[in-house]
Design a protein around this ligand. Sequence first.
Ligand SMILES: Nc1ncnc2c1ncn2[C@@H]1O[C@H](COP(=O)(O)OP(=O)(O)OP(=O)(O)O)[C@@H](O)[C@H]1O
Ligand SMILES: [Mg+2]
Length: 478
Amino acid sequence: MRSFLTEAQVKFLLNYISDGIQIVNSEGVLVYCNRQAAMQDDINISESIGKHITEVYPSLLQEESTLLHVIESKEPILNKDQTYRTYKGKDVTTVNSTLPILEKGEIQGAIEISKNITEYKELSERYLDLQSQVQENVGGLRPSKVKKSYYNFEDIITDNAEFNRMKTIAMKAARTDIPVLVYGETGTGKELLTQAIHNSSKRRNKPFIAQNCAALPNALLEGILFGTTKGGFTGAVDRQGLFELADGGTLFLDEINSMPVELQAKLLRVLQDGKLRRIGDSKERYVDVRIIAACNIEPNLALEQGLIRRDLYYRLNTVTLWIPKLSDRREDIPLLTKYFISKYNNKLYRNVQGVSKEVDALFMRYDWGGNVRELEHVIEGAINFVETPEIGIIDLPPNLRRFYDSIEPEKDQIGFCIGFEGIDNLNEILEMTERRVIENALLRHRGNVTKTARQLKIPRQTLQYKLKKYHLEPESDE
Ligand SMILES: Nc1ncnc2c1ncn2[C@@H]1O[C@H](COP(=O)(O)OP(=O)(O)OP(=O)(O)O)[C@@H](O)[C@H]1O
Ligand SMILES: [Mg+2]
C-alpha cells in the first residue's frame, strides 16, 4: 500500500508528540531523534545524527543501552524505567519501550519511545515528604483531634439489609489485623468503609494512609510504597515509603487492580511476613501495617483478566466486602437525601426543608451511575441555588432535568409523584406502602414482632396477619 504521508511529513508530526522518539540503525548509529527526545536529554539533533549512540551519550555504557540490547536480541523491551543524568547535570526519569525494526527476520535497527516522568517523580517525592511531615504533626496532636477528620461506622448511612450485613462484617474485621478487600462501583463508599474500619480498630491513633494505585506511573509506585535508598538509582535519596510511614496503622491501597503484577508480588511478601526492602537497599525492614485494598472492578473478573495475582487475591479475600450500588438499594435514596440536605444546610447556612414530590420520585427512578457521590453533589449544588423551601426539578443539574423531561408521559400516572410510577390503582399503592413500612420497621427491630407492633401502634395479632399477607418473615418474638 502506498504511504499516505511523505517521510518529511511523518518527521514533522513526530516533533509534536509528547513522547521522545529515537531510532538507531543496525550498527547502533542514531538516524532519527525527535524534538522531545532531544529536549529531555539535552542533546543537539543535527550534531547527534550519524553518531554512534554511545558517542551521543558518553556516560552510557554499551551494556546499559536498551537500543543496543534490542539490536542484539531482536526482542522488544517494554515499559522499562530509567533514571539518568544528562551532560548538563539534569536528572531525568523516563519509562521506555524499545522495539526492534525487522525486515524478513533481519534486524534493520531499533526504535525507542520514552515518556518523561521526571515531574511526576518529583511530585510524588514531595508528596512523601509532606506525608511524613503530616505524620509528625499528627503524632504531636491529641488522638481525638486526629480521629475527627475521619469517618466512623455511624457516618455510613444505609437501611439496606445487604449493606448492613457488610457493615457488621466490617465491624468484626476491625477487631482483627487481617487484610480486607473492598469492592464497589465508584462513589459507593469504599473509602468511607475503609476509614471506619481503621477508626474502630486498635490502630485508630496511628496513621491512616490512602494511595490510589492507578494515580501514578508504574515506575514510581514502587518507590512511593516501599521507599528508596541513596544510590539505588541516579539521584535517589534515603526516603521512607508509605509502608514505613503507615507503620502501626492502616494502608489503604485503592484500585489494587491497577497495581503492576510484579509489585503485587512484593506486596504479598509484606503481607506474609511483614518484611520489606526499599529500592536499592540490601537491608530488610519490619513493618506492622494493616492492609485494606479496594477493587473497582469485580474481584473475580480482575482475577480472570490477570490484573490481580492469584496468590495475592487468596491472601486478601479472607474478608471481602461488596458494597451494593445505589440503584440496587433504592431504599437508601430518601435516607441519604435527608442526610445530605441536613449536612449542606449546616455547611452553607441554609434551611432547605426537603425535596419536592417530583424530585423524590425522580431520584427513585434515576440510575445514579456515580452512586452516593453523585447524589451528594446533586444535593450540594441544589442547596446552593434553591430559592424555595423545597428543592424542585428546576434546581437539579441538566442531566437530571433532561431525564425528567424524557419520562414526561409517565408523569400523569397517579403513582408517579410518590415513587409508584406505572401503578394506576390506589389500593395497590396503599398495600405496597403498608408493606414497605412494615418491612422497614421489622428490619429495625431485627424481626421482633412485639416491638415492631408497638412501634407501628397496631395490635400484635393485626401485625401477624399482615406479615402473613405480605409474606414477611419475623425472626423471633422475644
Ligand atoms: N453510605 C453513605 N453514607 C454517607 N455518605 C456516603 C455514603 N456512601 C458514600 N458517601 C459519600 O459519598 C462520597 C464518595 O464516597 P467514597 O469516596 O468512600 O467512595 P468510593 O467508593 O471510594 O469511590 P471511588 O471508587 O470513586 O473512589 C463521599 O463524600 C462519602 O462521604
Ligand atoms: Mg475511593
